[in-house]
Design a protein around this ligand. Structure first.
Ligand code: DC
Length: 229
């Protein structure tokens, strides 16, 4: 296919957006952009600067430092994946830590943070040939994306996948806690005032509750074939 596309993938947490987005990017030889990682990198920067602590957020402080934050995605050929860099430092692991995870949803609701991230995401989009996943990619960041996919899966299936993933990593968690956390995150994502998670009118829905990644790839190949070839 000659035309380079912008593919926007939005959806609920823990439904396999990044796995799917990475697989599409690999197949098409596109750049994969994890927009959640950008919000996580900003959160890490703010934690390090003491601008966010349990129960405290310095809105003014965060707004002041936004222009000092530079985020890039650098391809690691050994892993065959893009990794997140914050001001030239590889922070891919640190941004997944519990400390960042527990603050990121509040940081991502700050208007100035979102405005800056959307600006950066659009700059990356100028390149075309990208797959970006998040919550507002098809609705706010790229309302004219060539292909928009809205992903979801049942709460129980998402909780089970997340539970198995964490168990494999040796993390001691209960299934019920994970399930409650997923429900709470859905409520936060769908009901926040700014850029709430919602399906764009022209997005195709993918409920992958009963699908393997291979089946999802077959599904998307068919759509791309029909729409763009
Ligand atoms: O997808 P994730 O769990 O890594 O996202 C981290 C946080 O960032 C999560 O609280 C939702 C938020 N987010 C957002 O508000 N907008 C996006 N485009 C991507 C993520």
């Amino acid at each position: 296919m000659d035309k380079k596309l912008i593919i926007a993938i939005d959806g609920h947490s823990s439904c396999g957006k990044s796995t799917f987005a990475k697989a599409i990017a690999k197949e098409l030889n596109y750049i994969y952009v994890d927009s959640g990682a950008m919000y996580r990198a900003v959160t890490l920067y703010c934690i390090r600067k003491g601008l966010v602590k349990p129960g405290m957020i310095s809105l003014e402080g965060i707004t002041d430092v936004l222009n000092d934050i530079h985020i890039e995605f650098v391809y690691n050929p050994d892993l065959g994946e893009y990794e997140t860099y914050l001001n030239s430092e590889n922070v891919e692991r640190e941004i997944r830590d519990l400390d960042v995870s527990s603050h990121v949803s509040r940081i991502s609701q700050i208007y100035a943070v979102r405005a800056r991230m959307v600006e950066l995401q659009r700059q990356i989009g100028v390149l075309k040939g990208i797959v970006m996943d998040g919550r507002d990619i098809g609705t706010v960041v790229f309302p004219d994306a060539d292909l928009k996919i809205f992903m979801t899966a049942s709460v129980d299936i998402r909780a089970k996948r997340r539970y198995n993933e964490l168990k494999c990593k040796g993390v001691d968690v209960s299934f019920e806690d994970i399930r409650s956390n997923i429900i709470a995150r859905d409520i936060t994502d769908e009901n926040r005032d700014i850029s709430p998670l919602r399906r764009a009118d022209d997005a195709v829905v993918l409920d992958n509750s009963k699908m393997t990644v291979d089946e999802q790839m077959d599904w998307v190949r068919k759509i791309i074939e029909e729409k763009f070839r």
